[in-house]
Ligand binder design. Structure first.
Ligand SMILES: CNc1ncnc2c1ncn2[C@@H]1O[C@H](COP(=O)(O)O)[C@@H](O)[C@H]1O
Length: 322
């Protein structure tokens, strides 16, 4: 069920592949504001609406500080490669230009070591078409600390991923990795679509993948990594408890997994907490879990120039779901 230990001599690495910046939550804490209740999916996405009248504004200075804070937090966890989801729209709403936003992220992350922190550009499923078009047009110019793109947000009211096809195609053509939050609250079909329509290489959460052995076989065959976040899935009601999480089915099917803290400010859990929880859920030793996590390093997004335009890395133009 759990893959046998990695060959001796491989570089040890503790990657952390799915971690949100949580800018508003960081700012609220700095201001001493009360915590918010995220007991379920509705409350979580309602609180994250970017058009809320009571949203706490964030500045370029905040962004700089938050990026430095994430680096310190991940260093304390012993992480050596972190991939941080950064969503531009909150910062653009509060006055930054696109160029300022991307330059600031580049400037703050480029020199960091132990861990290296790379940015995954998060675009929300509910993004208006002009915003998606603007991001798509600028994907090729993203500075090098951006190594991937992610489609996130509430998949229940926004199940259609087709509006993101041009963005994901541009990302593939620019050598960026592609991941999608899917099958966290929605059915297996949402995961099939992200694979077939968007050409996703990793899936955020993907809880419902376990309802389809055909889908698990596909993911194992194609080496699609599932970004697993046990505490977050329980906290938002995607699964009733850690013991009910389909993680064992993922491993049984040979699907690559990585453990993640996802929204550590919301849950109060670190990556090491998640590794311990995974060991408990699987009845496995800490060493086995760390080995699994280190295997996820081969799914890190490192930006490579694509071999040629229209290469196999480009997502398919059409599909059964297209
Ligand atoms: C917990 N599981 C999740 N599932 C789906 N989407 C999520 C998410 N966690 C966060 N997001 C999405 O990422 C955006 C981050 O933008 P901020 O900069 O905070 O505004 C949120 O808007 C939320 O929709």
């Amino acid at each position: 069920m759990i893959p046998s230990p990695a060959p001796v001599g491989r570089t040890p690495v503790l990657p952390h592949l799915h971690l949100h910046l949580e800018p508003e939550e960081r700012k609220r804490r700095e201001l001493g504001m009360p915590g918010r209740d995220f007991g379920d999916r509705h409350l979580f996405f309602e609180a994250h609406r970017v058009d809320r009248a009571d949203a706490v504004p964030v500045t370029a200075q905040d962004l700089r500080r938050f990026l430095a804070d994430v680096h310190t937090e991940q260093r304390e966890q012993g992480v050596d490669h972190a991939e941080l989801r950064v969503s531009p729209r909150r910062f653009l709403r509060d006055g930054m230009t696109w160029q300022e936003f991307t330059d600031t992220v580049q400037d703050c992350l480029a020199h960091l070591r132990a861990p290296v922190v790379r940015a995954v550009l998060l675009v929300n499923r509910d993004s208006p078409a002009p915003f998606l078009a603007m991001v798509t047009e600028r994907i090729a110019e993203l500075p090098p600390v951006f190594t991937g793109v992610d489609l996130a947000g509430d998949e229940i009211p926004h199940p259609d991923v087709r509006p993101a096809v041009p963005l994901f195609r541009a990302a593939a053509d620019s050598g960026l990795g592609r991941t999608v939050h899917a099958g966290e609250f929605g059915p297996e079909e949402h995961i099939w679509r992200t694979l077939d329509v968007l050409g996703a290489q990793r899936i955020g959460h993907g809880v419902s993948a376990a309802t389809s052995s055909a889908l698990l076989r596909r993911m194992a065959r194609d080496g699609i990594l599932l970004e697993v976040s046990l505490t977050s899935n329980v906290a938002l009601g995607a699964v009733p408890g850690p013991a009910a999480h389909p993680l064992p089915a993922f491993l049984e099917a040979g699907v690559p997994v990585a453990f993640n803290s996802d929204v550590p400010l919301h849950t109060g859990r670190t990556l090491n907490d998640e590794l311990r929880l995974a060991a408990d859920a699987l009845g496995a030793s800490p060493e086995v879990i760390r080995d699994l996590q280190s295997r996820a390093a081969r799914h890190c997004f490192t930006r490579r120039p694509p071999a040629h335009s229209g290469s196999p890395s480009s997502p398919p133009a059409t599909s059964a779901y297209g």
